[in-house]
Design a protein around this ligand. Structure first.
Ligand SMILES: *Cc1c(COP(=O)(O)O)cnc(C)c1O
Length: 496
C-alpha cells in the first residue's frame, strides 16, 4: 500500500517514509492511496482477541513493509499493563442500553493522546531503519498541556530518539507543569518559555525553518521532527480502539455482529473523529459520527453549512484541549470525500490561508452530512452535564467527555435515534479537577495536587496513580527562557 499527499495525489510513498517524514513537503497530509477493507469474518475473529492482537491486525492492514512480528513487538511495547492501568487498555463503560463511554485515558498521562503516542515512537524507530536514515530524530514540541506530557512519556528512552518540550510559563496548570518538569528519561528535555502558548509555538516554528541550524544539527547526526504534526502514525492507532469497542459491545451482548453503532467524539483538531471515519471506511458498521465542539464551534457550523470560517472570537473554555479554530485533520476528510482531488484541496487551503475561510462544493457537503452530525455546548452546559451524569449514573466524567455526552443527548432528542452510541471519553476527570469539582458544586482555591484529593473525597472515585504519585515527584527541569533563546536551548541539548 502506497501513501499520497492531500495536496499531491501522484507521489507514492511507503508507510515507513511517511511516518519518518510526518508532514509532506507540499504542506499536505499523508493518506493511504486506497483504503483496505475488513474481511468478512474479521470482526468475529477480532472479538475473540485482546487489545494488542486487535491492534496488530488493524495496523497491519495499513502498514505494508512492517512485518507481523514487528507490529506485535510494537503493540506489546505500547499497550501493556506497565503503561496502562487496565489489561483492557481501552475499556467500555455502559451507562444504559443506548450509550457507552469508551475510556481512552488509562495510559501514563491519563488522556487519550497516550493511545497514539505510546505507539508512534516505535513506528518511528522502525521507520528510520527501513528508510536507511542514519541520523537520530529529535522531536520538538510546543504544548499547551496534554500533548507535551503524552509525547514525553511516549518517547522516553526510545532508541534513536530525543524529545524536547517547550511549554508556556504561565499557560499550563500546576498539575500539567509538574507532570512535564518531573519527566524521567535520558533522552528528554523540558523548558518553559516566557509568554503564552503562541510564543512557544512561534519559537518552535522558527527553529523548524532555520536552515543553518538544520545543517548544523545534521552534521552532528540529528534531524528535527514534530509530535504535534499530523503524522499518519498518530492517526492509525486511533482506528484500533473503535474497532475494539465494537468487538467489546458484541462480547457484552449489547449488539450483534453487523449491527450499526454511532460514535460521538469531543473534537479539537479533528484527529480522533477522523479515525472513526476511517474505521467506518474500512467497513466497521458505523451509522453516524457525531462531532462535538465547545464554544469554539467552527466545526459545528462547517458541518451544518459547508463553510469553514475561522474569523470569529476565540474562547478559553473548561475543555481547553478543544480550544482550536483550525482543525488540521479536516483536510484529510475533504480529500477523501472529494475523490482525492488534490487541486481542489489546494484551492480550499489557499483560501483558508488567505482569508481564513473556504466553502466546499455541494458534493462534499452532502457527503459530510451523510456521515456526520454536529453540535456544541458551552461551559455552563458542560458543568450541568458532569453533575447530571454523576448523580444519575454514578459516573464521573471530565469536561471534554461531558461536551461529547451533551451533544449526543441533544442529537437523541432531535432525532429519536436509538442506535447504540459510543462516546469517546478523552481524559480522566482528575486531569481537570477544578472544573469538575465546580460542576459538582464545590469551589476550591487550592493548589492542583490538593484538588486531586478533594475530588477523590467528593466523588468517592480513586484518582489514577500517575496523577496521585506526582506529589512524590521532584522537579527535574527548571529552565525558563525567552522565545529568542529557544534555538540556543536546542543547540545546548543536542550538540554541546
Ligand atoms: C486532544 C484532545 C481532544 C481533541 O482531540 P482531536 O483529535 O484534536 O480532535 C479532546 N479531548 C482531550 C482530553 C484531548 O486531549
Amino acid at each position: 500500500m502506497q501513501y499520497i499527499s492531500t495536496r499531491n495525489a501522484n507521489i507514492g510513498m511507503s508507510a515507513a517514509e511517511v511516518i519518518a517524514m510526518g508532514l509532506a513537503h507540499d504542506g499536505g497530509l499523508f493518506v493511504p492511496e486506497a483504503l483496505p477493507a475488513l474481511k468478512k469474518n474479521a470482526v468475529a475473529a477480532l472479538a475473540a482477541m485482546g487489545y494488542q492482537q486487535r491492534a496488530v491486525y488493524i495496523m497491519s492492514m495499513f502498514l505494508d513493509g512492517y512485518s507481523i512480528e514487528e507490529l506485535t513487538d510494537i503493540a506489546e511495547k505500547a499497550y501493556n499493563t506497565n503503561n496502562f492501568d487496565t489489561p483492557e487498555i481501552a475499556p467500555l463503560h455502559s451507562i444504559d442500553e443506548t450509550a457507552s463511554f469508551l475510556e481512552l485515558w488509562h495510559g501514563p498521562t491519563c488522556a487519550f493522546k497516550d493511545m497514539a503516542l505510546q505507539a508512534l515512537p516505535h513506528f518511528l524507530t522502525s521507520a528510520l531503519i527501513k528508510t536507511g536514515e542514519e541520523r537520530e530524530v529529535c522531536i520538538l514540541t510546543a504544548t499547551s498541556g496534554d500533548t507535551g506530557k503524552a509525547a514525553l512519556e511516549g518517547f522516553c528512552d526510545v532508541d534513536r530518539t530525543k524529545i524536547m518540550v517547550f511549554f508556556p510559563k504561565d499557560g499550563v496548570s500546576d498539575i500539567q507543569k509538574l507532570q512535564m518538569t518531573s519527566q524521567k528519561g535520558d533522552n528528554v528535555f523540558v523548558c518553559s518559555v516566557v509568554g503564552n502558548f503562541d510564543d512557544a509555538q512561534t519559537g518552535v516554528k522558527q527553529i523548524f525553518s532555520d536552515e543553518k541550524l538544520r545543517e548544523q544539527l545534521s552534521e552532528k547526526g540529528y534531524f528535527l521532527s514534530s509530535a504535534n504534526s499530523i503524522n499518519w502514525g498518530r492517526l492509525l492507532p486511533q482506528i484500533v480502539y473503535y474497532v475494539s469497542a465494537y468487538c467489546d459491545l458484541i462480547n457484552k451482548g449489547t449488539i450483534k455482529n453487523g449491527d450499526p453503532i454511532n460514535i460521538c467524539v469531543p473534537t479539537g483538531n479533528f484527529g480522533n473523529i477522523l479515525a472513526g471515519f476511517y474505521a467506518k471506511s474500512i467497513g466497521l458498521p458505523i451509522n453516524k459520527l457525531i462531532c462535538a465542539s465547545n464554544s469554539n464551534n467552527v466545526l459545528t457550523d462547517f458541518i451544518k453549512t459547508g463553510t469553514y470560517d475561522k474569523n470569529r472570537d476565540f474562547y478559553t473554555t473548561t475543555s481547553p484541549s478543544m480550544d482550536i479554530l483550525v482543525s488540521s485533520n479536516l483536510e484529510r476528510l475533504l480529500f477523501e470525500l472529494s475523490g482525492h482531488d488534490d487541486g481542489l484541496i489546494r484551492k480550499y487551503m489557499d483560501s483558508l490561508n488567505a482569508t481564513g475561510a473556504y466553502t466546499v462544493n455541494e458534493i462534499i457537503r452532502n457527503a459530510i452530512q451523510k456521515d456526520f452530525v454536529a453540535g456544541f455546548c458551552d461551559d455552563k452546559q458542560t458543568a450541568e452535564t458532569i453533575k447530571d451524569v454523576f448523580f444519575k449514573h454514578n459516573y464521573l466524567i471530565d469536561t471534554h467527555t461531558a461536551v461529547g455526552y451533551k451533544v449526543y443527548r441533544d442529537y437523541v432528542s432531535e432525532t429519536g435515534d436509538k442506535t447504540h452510541t459510543v462516546i469517546a471519553s478523552t481524559a480522566s476527570p482528575f486531569k481537570f479537577c477544578e472544573a469538575v469539582l465546580a460542576a459538582l458544586g464545590r469551589n476550591y482555591k487550592l493548589p492542583g495536587l490538593e484538588l486531586i484529593e478533594k475530588l477523590e473525597e467528593v466523588s468517592g472515585v480513586k484518582a489514577p496513580t500517575p496523577l496521585t504519585s506526582l506529589k512524590d515527584q521532584k522537579e527535574r527541569f527548571t529552565q525558563s527562557v525567552n522565545k529568542e533563546e529557544m534555538t540556543n536551548v536546542v543547540v545546548n541539548f543536542l550538540i554541546n
